[in-house]
Every structure is written in structure tokens, then in C-alpha cells.
Ligand binder design. Structure first.
Ligand code: SF4
Length: 234
């Protein structure tokens, strides 16, 4: 009698089969529960059970998204929710990162159509000409201690990350750009907070500068005198 025909082998295989079945069943049930919590959070506009939702999402994001879609959630709402969730998850680590290890990535579509700045290997070099809000906000962020990059796309972001090794970044852009940026940051181990534009498009988009500034100040004691913390955000 071979090992594969023995009673012990059959019992072992049965046990493995049962454990696998209950494990998968548990994951599916947990994903359904998380999808319901996520759906309730999105429709009511507030986070329910964040202590369960956040670690659960880390483990079961793909499955939860699939169930959220089955529950009829709109793609845009779902992406916004996941960005907010990721931001919430990253806030503590971001706040604890020293300012000199942080960077801000702004999309170049924020600039004026008459922008006189030129593209360099490190992105657009803003001249703070006053034609758009990028200049004053980038200057404010730089005074705070941030490296600020105005970039045409993710290739530039990857190159600057490789060169300057920021540990935490603020990524500004349209919904999909921000989501892709957060996913990319997760993959390469960078703490990212995303700020979605208030006006999308290809040219003269508008950033949520108030949110950018609020995020930039996370974990920072405002230094006296050097930065105008109450100046106009737009
Ligand atoms: S403020 Fe900067 S980004 Fe905006 S138009 Fe002027 S140079 Fe271009």
C-alpha cells in the first residue's frame, strides 16, 4: 500500500481541503462585510468602523472593490473613497516624516496657457510670473521646506523619486492620476497623500490648494515669521 492510498494521507488531504474552503469562505464573507461598510461610508459621507475598514482593505482590496461594484457603486465614488481611505491610512506616517524627506508633485496642466516657464529634466521651472496659482503655492511649499516638482507625467515622478529618495509625497492631479500615483507609491514603499483637483482637464486645471496646504502642514510646527500661514491659498 503506497503512502498516497494510506488513511493518514486521505485524512491530511481532507483536512487541507476543509481548511482551504473555510479560509476562502472567510475571505469572501469578510470582503462582503467590508464592501457593505465601504458602501455605507460612501453613501453617508463618513467613515464607518475605520479600525476594521483600513486593515481589511489592505488585505482584501481587490475583492472588496469587486463586491462594491456588485453593490452598484459608481466608479468615481469608489475611486474617491479609496483615495480618501489611503490618505487616512497614510496620514500618521506622513506626519511623522521630516519635512526635508517630503516632496510635492504638481501636474503641469495647472499652469496658465501663457506660462513662460520651460521644461527641464526636473520638470517645469516655474518663474512665479503671477499668471496662475502654481507660482505662489509652490513658493509657499518650498519655504516650508518641501521639494516641489511640476511634472508632465509619471515618468518624471519616478525619475525624481529615484534621484531624491523622498520618503513621503503629496501628489496633486485628477482622480485617476492621484489613484495611480498612490498605487505606484505603495509599490515602491513611499508614503503618499493624494489631493484631487477641483477642476480637471488638459489645460488650466485647478488644484485644491487649501487641501494641498493643509496636507503640507501635517506634523509640522509652523516656524515663526518665515512663511505666511494665513495668506491666500488660491
Ligand atoms: S506662475 Fe509659474 S507655472 Fe504659473 S504661468 Fe507663471 S511660470 Fe507658469
Amino acid at each position: 500500500m503506497s503512502l498516497f492510498d494510506s488513511e493518514i494521507w486521505i485524512q491530511l488531504m481532507t483536512l487541507i481541503g476543509e481548511v482551504t474552503f473555510f479560509f476562502i469562505l472567510g475571505m469572501v464573507l469578510a470582503a462582503i462585510a467590508l464592501a457593505i461598510i465601504a458602501a455605507a461610508s460612501i453613501t453617508r459621507g463618513k467613515f464607518y468602523l475605520p479600525r476594521i475598514l483600513i486593515p481589511g482593505m489592505v488585505l482584501l482590496e481587490g475583492l472588496v472593490k469587486a463586491f462594491c461594484k456588485l453593490l452598484g457603486l459608481d466608479d468615481k465614488d469608489l475611486i474617491t473613497f479609496f483615495i480618501t481611505l489611503r490618505n487616512t491610512m497614510n496620514t500618521k506616517a506622513f506626519s511623522e516624516t521630516p519635512i526635508e524627506q517630503r516632496a510635492v508633485f504638481l501636474p503641469q496642466c495647472l499652469r496658465s496657457a501663457q506660462c513662460p516657464a520651460h521644461l527641464t529634466p526636473e520638470g517645469l521651472k516655474c518663474r512665479n510670473c503671477g499668471r496662475c496659482s502654481v507660482g505662489e503655492n509652490a513658493e509657499w511649499l518650498e519655504k516650508l521646506g518641501y521639494r516641489v516638482f511640476i511634472v508632465p507625467g509619471s515618468t518624471f515622478i519616478k525619475r525624481m523619486v529615484k534621484k531624491y529618495h523622498p520618503r513621503a509625497i503629496i501628489g496633486v492631479g485628477c482622480l485617476m492620476e492621484v489613484k495611480d500615483g498612490i498605487d505606484m507609491s505603495d509599490r515602491i514603499g513611499i508614503i503618499a497623500i493624494g489631493v484631487v483637483n477641483v477642476k480637471d482637464g488638459c489645460v488650466e486645471t485647478i488644484a485644491d490648494w487649501t487641501a494641498v496646504r493643509d496636507t503640507a502642514l501635517l506634523g509640522i510646527k509652523p516656524p515663526s515669521g518665515s512663511v505666511d500661514f494665513h495668506g491666500p491659498a488660491e
